[in-house]
Write a protein that binds this ligand. Structure first.
Ligand code: RIB
Length: 296
C-alpha cells in the first residue's frame, strides 16, 4: 500500500507579535523567520519523520525549488510535484505570546492544479492505496471523486474550512480529521460529542478524528469512541501541530498499529511540535516521539 499526499506547499513568513494585529493598527514584530510549510508539505514531512514512505503531489512556482528540495531531503518522493509559471503559495503568519497563530494564506501555485495533472498522478496509484487531502489546493472535490472511483482509501483533513469543502462529498472519506471549528462548520453542532453524533448519523462509514487542542482528541468509528488526552508541555508555537497529528495518524494506519497506540503517538508528536518554532522544522522524528513516551 502506498501513500499519496496531494497537497499544498508554502513559504511561511512568520512574525512574532505581542498580540494579533487589529484592523487599522500598525504593530512592530519582535522577530521574523521564513520557514517551509503548507498543510500538505507539513503532513508529508510528518509521515516521513514517522518513518513511512510518502509521495507528495502538487504544484510549486518558479521560486519553489527550495520546497521540493526540502521534501527530497526529508526522504519524500517529489516526482509528482510540478513546477509552473508564477509564484508558489505563501503565508503571513503571526505567532503571539500565547503561542497561538493567525494565518493569511496566498494560494499561488497551490491553486493551479489541473484535472489532467490529477488524472495522471492518480494513474500511478493502485486500489487500496491511501490518498491524503487538505483544503489548500484547488480541485479538492474532483480529487475526492477520482479517488473513490479508483478504489483509493481517502483521508481528508478539510482545513482550512471554506464553502467548497463544506459542500464536498466528505461522507465518501474513509477517515476525516477535523478540529472543533471545522466540526462545527460541517455539522452545525458545538459540543464535541454532538459533532461526533452528527457524523455517526450523516457519515456512518467515515471514521472521525476530532482534535480538541489542550483537551486532546477523540476518535470515532463504527466500533465506538476512543479518547486521547493531550500531553502537557510549554508551547512556543502551535503552527503545524494539527498537521503533525495527521501525519502520525496516517503513519500509524499504514503500520497497522492499534488505534490507542496511534493516538498516543499522535498526541506525543504534536506536543513536541508545539515546543518548537516554525511549521515543518517543528515536526519530531519517530525516535524523538518514542523517547518522549518512554516512562509516561
Ligand atoms: O497548518 C499549518 C500550515 O498552515 C502552515 O505551514 C501554513 O503554510 C498554513 O498553510
Amino acid at each position: 500500500m502506498r501513500v499519496f499526499n496531494y497537497g499544498s506547499l508554502n513559504l511561511d513568513y512568520v512574525y512574532r507579535v505581542s498580540h494579533m494585529v487589529r484592523g487599522g493598527e500598525t504593530l512592530a514584530a519582535a522577530g521574523m523567520e521564513i520557514y517551509l510549510g503548507g498543510k500538505g508539505l507539513n503532513q508529508s514531512v510528518a509521515l516521513a519523520r514517522a518513518g513511512v514512505p510518502v509521495c507528495h503531489a502538487g504544484c510549486v512556482g518558479e521560486d519553489g525549488h527550495v520546497l521540493t528540495q526540502y521534501l527530497d531531503s526529508q526522504g519524500v518522493d517529489t516526482s509528482l510535484i510540478r513546477t509552473i509559471n508564477g509564484k508558489s503559495g505563501h503565508t503571513i503568519i503571526q505567532v503571539d505570546d500565547r503561542a497561538q497563530n493567525a494565518i493569511l494564506v496566498y494560494g499561488g501555485a497551490n491553486h493551479k492544479q489541473t484535472r489532467e495533472q490529477i488524472r495522471q498522478t492518480l494513474d500511478t496509484s493502485n486500489p487500496g492505496d491511501i490518498l491524503m487531502l487538505q483544503n489548500e489546493i484547488n480541485e479538492s472535490v474532483y480529487l475526492m471523486e477520482e479517488a473513490k472511483r479508483r478504489g483509493l482509501r481517502l483521508v481528508v483533513n478539510p482545513s482550512p474550512m471554506d464553502e467548497q469543502i463544506r459542500h464536498a462529498p466528505l461522507e465518501t472519506a474513509d477517515y476525516i480529521l477535523i478540529n472543533e471549528t471545522e466540526g462545527n462548520a460541517i455539522s452545525g453542532q458545538r459540543e464535541a460529542s454532538a459533532i461526533l453524533d452528527w457524523f455517526s448519523v450523516h457519515s456512518p462509514k467515515t471514521a472521525v478524528l476530532l482534535t480538541l487542542g489542550e483537551a486532546g482528541a477523540v476518535y470515532q468509528d463504527g466500533k465506538g469512541r476512543i479518547a486521547q488526552k493531550a500531553f502537557s508541555v510549554v508551547a512556543v508555537d502551535t503552527t503545524a501541530a494539527g498537521d503533525t497529528f495527521t501525519g502520525y495518524f496516517v503513519a500509524g494506519l499504514v503500520r497497522g498499529m492499534e488505534m490507542e497506540e496511534i493516538l498516543r503517538q499522535c498526541a506525543a508528536a504534536s506536543a513536541l511540535a508545539v515546543t518548537r518554532n516554525g511549521a515543518a522544522p517543528s515536526i519530531p522524528s519517530k525516535e524523538e516521539v518514542d523517547r518522549f513516551l518512554t516512562g509516561r
